[in-house]
Ligand binder design. Structure first.
Ligand code: GLA
Length: 723
């Protein structure tokens, strides 16, 4: 049993029996009678041990004189003298921000429930998961809160979400209702992924502090700045050892995660939506997004192993979930807007001759779009560039033996577009205020059903107009004046979340209409790299920065939370368009090998020798991609801490390994640095592709002394097979 209720002590013990336990307890609370407390999360406990956990809730809440306010409420509300950030602020008909949630009962169910209208982890059969529903209710406002926990038995992780129902006759306004609240005794560093355009998901470790550390997006997208993911770990925890707790929000919109550490030594972490003031009418309910809760006692790599497996196998869906991804060529950095069919076909021919499998036509194929200042929304082909439409181009690409893919940015509208001239109120805007453009565009109001229907139709028409096997779904700006023309004044605070619900409806519809299409999401590079998008689209364009050295950081950081096969990774031209750096084709290919691999340059400009090297890279990728898709990924050496970077993939039985080592810059007479390879069979020998023999014990305990060429941005890749 993954969920056990201990009746006498009124304890719920949730455990996968190997990796974690999570314990909640029903106990008295002076204000509400009984309520729910979170008393443990960590290493798996024997079931009887759960009964001996200290009763943290026994500390009186309201002893203001002594200032001892720290009960670990499982879902704290405001207006009750808790004095810490609340998971929920609920304003009732009396206008007061006060809700006291009283425990009412529980249900234990097999399997996992779907979340209405939202992406979520799933179980393929009931034996994969067990679910606990905990019912609470505020007697005065009749607001009901159901905390929903699911133990994913084989994935060794837990999910949580909350369903809030208004059972009263009056309206209740919910402010930023959180998906979870956890309490951990002790001091914790917060490790999170921050960034900006072209520098996404840098790893930052913030030491424990008294007070609030918070990451947040108010952009209407998860955003470049703060990824909806954080790890909490004691200061000793590193990549390979120590305890760590991961929280990953399954959501692509505005979000928040805050950690409050108090003087009694308790950390409270709350995470969920932000920018949300939701009016709940009588009988209505609000479903929060899901939070994935992961725990490891084997450092950040141990945590990433759990996250990668869970995301890859039970968050991503559809035909492409388990399929090896095609090697692609994208024309964006090759041509930008300056192309015609002839130019594209010349690139495609070169690509086909090198074994590339998919040609992706990026921005600029529609409306009058020859720069980024017009036509978003006008999803009909620019026949000056592509006479006869997409079908002749797609047919010619297929005749070369390649598949055809298309870029779209369906959530956007250019002020200079036929769509905007016909529907000026279809964009997010606030009456009487300027409509701020970014990249010359506005955001469609995806909270409106008519706009959602238009987007579904427009994408369906485009995808039906030719043989299209891949779509890059872009989103290049965030919200400014986030108002909707259809919502009444008191509901404008719902726009951020309603946009996401609308978008998810569209994505659900499009991906089920086109189940064979491989979708890749994108947002000015990696500005919406999150579990919400990955539910619909199994890969995301990682960053607009394609420089191989910068990508070491971006891909390394991204791998903390997301599996490498979800990261679009392309070889681009030199000097690199974002940083001007020249790196070898080998280095660029070795860095991109980690993810969903492709090229993004004008191949007609390359000398024959480089085309031959590309053909070899493509052949190697085809030989290795089962390993980069399904293998276990481990970080070996961080570019954030050293001039090196290294990672490895291992097949499940450790019979096949891929070890990738990089040095960012050369130095004269360098010191010797050995890089250990932990995920090997230490009793076996391995051969590399050149026939050299390596011993697993030496790889694991001594390490590899990399042989880099004497230059900056050097790489070494070893493909090892057990002898
Ligand atoms: C965004 C994407 C790029 C490219 C351009 C096209 O910036 O991240 O890869 O598709 O849009 O305008």
């Amino acid at each position: 049993m993954a969920i056990v209720f201990h009746e006498q002590k009124r304890i719920f013990h949730l455990t996968d029996h190997t990796h974690f336990s999570f314990v909640l307890q029903v106990a008295p609370d002076p204000a509400t009678g009984d309520t729910l407390y979170h008393t443990y999360w960590g290493k798996a406990l024997a079931d009887e041990a759960a009964e001996y956990l200290p009763s943290l809730h026994a500390v009186p809440l309201a002893s203001f004189d002594e200032g001892t306010q720290f009960p670990p409420f499982a879902y704290p509300t405001s207006g009750r003298g808790d004095f810490r950030p609340a998971a929920l602020r609920a304003v009732g008909a009396d206008g007061c921000d006060c809700a006291l949630l009283q425990y009412e009962g529980y249900e234990i169910l097999p399997g996992k429930r779907r979340l209405q209208g939202l992406p979520a982890f799933y179980a393929e059969s009931d034996d994969e998961a067990d679910t606990l529903l905990l019912h609470m209710r505020d007697p005065k406002t009749a607001l009901k809160a159901t905390l929903c926990f699911t133990v994913m038995n084989r994935l060794h992780v837990l999910t949580q979400s909350v369903l809030l129902c208004n059972e009263s006759q009056e309206e209740i306004v919910l402010h930023d209702p959180a998906s979870c609240c956890i309490t951990l005794p002790g001091a914790y560093d917060m490790i999170h992924l921050h960034g900006k355009w072209a520098k996404e998901r840098s790893v930052e470790r913030v030491a424990s502090m008294h007070g609030i550390r918070e990451i947040r997006s108010c952009r209407g997208a998860s955003g470049h700045e703060h990824n909806p993911f954080a790890i909490f770990a004691p200061s000793q925890t590193d990549e390979n050892s120590g305890l760590c707790y991961g929280l990953s929000l399954v959501y692509s919109g505005s979000h928040r995660m805050l950690a409050d550490e108090n003087a009694y030594g308790y950390l409270r972490v709350i995470g969920g939506v932000s920018e949300c003031a939701w009016h709940l009418e009588k009988g209505e309910s609000f479903q929060t997004p899901e939070m994935l809760l992961s725990f490891s006692d084997q450092g950040f790599n141990g945590l990433s192993h759990l996250l990668h497996a869970a995301v890859r196998t039970r968050l991503c869906r559809g035909e492409w979930r388990d399929r090896e991804r095609p090697v692609l060529i994208n024309n964006w950095e090759g041509t930008y807007f300056d192309f015609n069919a002839e130019k594209l076909l010349a690139i495609a021919e070169k690509a086909a001759s090198a074994g590339v499998e998919l040609f992706v036509l990026d921005d600029g194929w529609f409306g009058r779009r020859n720069s980024d200042d017009c036509s978003l929304g006008d999803w009909y082909v620019n026949e000056e560039k592509l006479p006869g439409g997409l079908a002749p181009l797609s047919d010619s690409i297929h005749a070369l033996g390649m598949q055809f893919g298309l870029w779209m940015e369906p959530e956007m509208i250019s002020p200079d577009s036929d769509l905007y001239r016909a529907h000026p109120d279809w964009c997010l805007h606030v009456p009487g205020r300027p409509r701020s453009t970014r990249r010359n565009q506005l955001v469609l109001d995806m909270s409106r059903a008519d706009v959602q229907d238009y987007v579904i139709d427009a994408v369906t028409r485009a995808l039906g107009s030719a043989r299209i096997e891949y779509v890059k779904w872009d989103m290049n700006r965030n919200f400014a004046e986030a108002g909707s023309a259809l919502l009444p004044a008191d509901r404008q605070g719902e726009v951020h979340h309603r946009y996401m619900l609308g978008l998810y409806r569209v994505l659900e519809e499009i991906t089920s209409r086109f189940p064979h299409v491989l979708f890749e999401s994108c947002s000015g590079g990696g500005g919406r790299f999150d579990l919400g998008m990955l539910h619909y689209m199994p890969q995301t364009w990682t960053s607009d920065d394609t420089d191989a050295v910068e990508r070491l950081f971006i891909q390394y950081g991204t791998s903390m939370a997301y599996p490498p096969c979800a990261m679009g990774a392309h070889v681009s031209a030199v000097p690199n368009h974002q940083v001007g750096r020249k790196t070898t084709l080998k280095m660029r290919g070795d860095v991109a090998l980690m993810g969903a691999f492709g090229y993004e340059l004008d191949l007609t400009m390359l000398p024959e020798s480089e085309m031959q090297e590309i053909a070899q890279q493509v052949a190697r990728m085809k030989q290795l991609r089962h390993l980069t898709l399904r293998g276990r990924f481990t970080r070996l050496c961080s570019p954030f801490d050293s001039p090196f970077a290294a990672w490895q993939f291992a097949s499940e039985d450790q019979g096949e390994l891929l070890v990738c080592l990089f040095r960012r810059y050369a130095s004269a007479n360098p010191e010797h640095v050995y890089i250990r390879v932990p995920d090997v069979d230490e009793h076996a020998c391995y051969t590399d592709d050149e026939g050299r023999v390596w011993h697993g014990g030496v790889l694991k305990h001594v390490g590899i002394l990399p042989e880099f060429e004497q230059s900056d941005a050097a790489s070494m890749v070893l493909h090892l097979t057990r002898c």
